[in-house]
Design a protein around this ligand. Structure first.
Ligand code: NAG
Ligand code: NAG
Ligand code: NAG
Ligand code: NAG
Ligand code: NAG
Length: 478
């Protein structure tokens, strides 16, 4: 599946681009608009929920599986209704704008590359970004291929593969002699999707600053991927925060009610001012990532994630009984909570969702009936059927859900962040808890806090002080 490298490279670039890399300077804060990736234009409500639920479950199965994670970049199936958020980065000289999916669950940034870029079964282009943009290396004067001896090459290849190029004399340029000169192409396989290309060093222009020597994947072939590329904001050397030396980054995700509104956007801020204690941001520390299991399984793949200490969940003011093994990551890497911008609906292991769902069902007993019909259609549960009067009413009272984090931070979710109002017809209206379960993969994080639950929250990843901060606010134009 890997393209024939030497031919490909000489076609795409000039053939003498193996320069040593310099390092980029760190400058002031940068703010970028953040758009919602649009959903299918006018989907049936239940179908739309089902599509998002499906994508969320699939995403969870990838994040939880250290084998798929071992490819060091993860993504997911992108049905057309994939609910992510995109930002636009400018690569090259002169700059070319490429929309990317904001992903705190993966570390390598890659972009669709060259006019012959092929994307099979990929999501349709994001509305705000217009037609899917590809990066043209030939039109950039600052593009460089990453050499095989460049330490950055080890970001995408295992040491065994690279020992081959270490043994080659540095004066020997001949790739036909079995001595690879440039970093061999990557093929990242994610579940049923994949992307393949070569690693480039390119300049990344941000408002007010330019990072030269940014290592970015130039993908020439993808299967089941987003329309643009992926911006890897996870932990690890290839990630955007690590390459740019960010002390913190933050984002504010606008409400999904603006799904098809290209004029509205939230934002990502790189290296913004540190929040003062007075501005109502609640903080909880990032936890240490599980690394090696007792059985010796290599869990370093999980080192990309941002783990937080979710201590308890309350529904309607009452504590939900959740097994401790779910809340605390064990030595085998199972359990614990991660925050992920690339997951739509929050994922909970069955052992977590069951008592949470039961708590809602109990609190609503006598007021609303559960509807298994709607649950089947929407791919979510629990769903509660709304009698006509309730469906027509402007407001509906549902139990409050609060996430309690280590250090006392409480995320008191607004109703629209954990319940969806679905309607198929005048007769069939329901509310569904927007949490998915049953990924089919045992192990890995037990709870994945998705972007639906982060709507209208300012979320700050304070990497300097190893903590996550959040505050409820309107994210429009923020
Ligand atoms: C290696 O490549 C450089 C730059 O392309 C060239 O100047 C040099 O002659 C090559 N060396 C060998 C041994 O082929
Ligand atoms: C979820 O995805 C699977 C596989 O792509 C598909 O067969 C199924 O119909 C989808 N379910 C929903 C509810 O969209
Ligand atoms: C280049 O490397 C190959 C394989 O290691 C070797 O056969 C060849 O002699 C080398 N050429 C030079 C000029 O060192
Ligand atoms: C685990 O995997 C990572 C990357 O794949 C590697 O760097 C590390 O050495 C491995 N650790 C062990 C103990 O195998
Ligand atoms: C719940 O279901 C029961 C039995 O079908 C029905 O009598 C009752 O009216 C329903 N309640 C609501 C609020 O829909």
């Amino acid at each position: 599946m890997a393209p024939p490298l030497s031919i490909l490279l000489c076609l795409l670039f000039s053939c003498s681009l193996f320069f040593p890399l310099s390092s980029s300077a760190s400058l002031g804060p940068v703010s970028l608009p953040l758009h919602r990736l649009s959903l299918a234009p006018h989907p049936e409500p239940f179908q739309r929920l089902a599509g998002l639920a499906n994508a969320s479950v699939f995403r969870a199965s990838l994040l939880k599986n250290p084998k798929s994670a071992a490819h060091r970049a993860r993504t997911r199936l992108f049905p057309h209704s994939y609910g992510g958020y995109s930002l636009t980065f400018a690569f090259g000289t002169p700059p070319q704008n490429i929309p990317l999916l904001l992903d705190t669950g993966s570390q390598l940034t890659w972009i669709p590359c060259t006019t012959s870029y092929q994307c099979r079964r990929c999501a349709s282009p994001a509305n705000p970004a217009g037609p899917s943009a590809v990066f043209l290396p030939k039109s950039s004067s600052s593009v460089r291929l990453i050499g095989c001896r460049n330490p950055k090459c080890s970001w995408i290849h295992p040491p065994e593969l690279l020992s081959r190029c270490k043994d080659c004399p540095s004066t020997n340029n001949s790739s036909s002699s079995g001595c690879p000169v440039v970093c061999p192409p990557y093929v990242l396989i994610y579940g049923s999707g994949s992307t393949a290309g070569v690693l480039l060093s390119e300049s990344l222009s941000l408002p007010g600053r330019t990072a030269t020597d940014f290592a970015v994947g130039c993908s020439v072939y993808s299967d089941r991927q987003p329309a643009g590329g992926i911006a890897g904001f996870g932990r690890g050397a290839p990630s955007i925060p690590a390459q740019l030396g960010l002390k913190r980054f933050s984002y504010c995700l606008i409400s999904r009610q603006f799904d098809d509104d290209a004029a509205e956007s939230g934002s990502v801020v790189l290296d913004g001012a540190r929040d003062s204690s007075a501005d109502a941001v609640s903080f909880t520390p990032f936890l240490k990532n599980p690394s090696l299991s007792a059985s010796g399984a290599n869990l370093s793949a999980f080192s990309v994630y941002y783990y937080v200490g979710l201590r308890k969940i309350t529904v309607g003011g009452e504590n939900v009984k959740i097994p401790n093994s779910m809340l605390v990551p064990g030595p085998d890497g199972s359990g614990g909570t991660i925050v992920d911008s690339g997951t739509t609906f929050t994922y909970m292991e069955p052992a977590v969702l069951k008592p949470v769902a039961a708590a809602f069902t109990d609190r609503l007993a006598g007021r609303l009936n559960r509807s298994t019909t709607v649950e089947r259609l929407a791919g979510l549960r629990p769903c509660f059927a709304l009698p006509a009067a309730a469906a027509a009413a402007k407001q509906l009272e549902l139990p409050e859900m609060v996430l309690h984090f280590k250090g006392g931070a409480k995320m008191r979710l607004p109703l629209e962040n954990y319940f969806a109002f679905a309607r198929e017809s005048r007769e069939t209206a329901a509310v569904c808890l927007t949490v998915v379960s049953d990924s089919g993969v045992a192990g890995g994080p037990a709870i994945i806090l998705g972007n639906f639950q982060q709507q209208n929250y300012y979320m700050v990843y304070d990497l300097e002080r190893e903590r996550l901060g959040f505050r409820r606010q309107s994210c429009i134009g923020s």
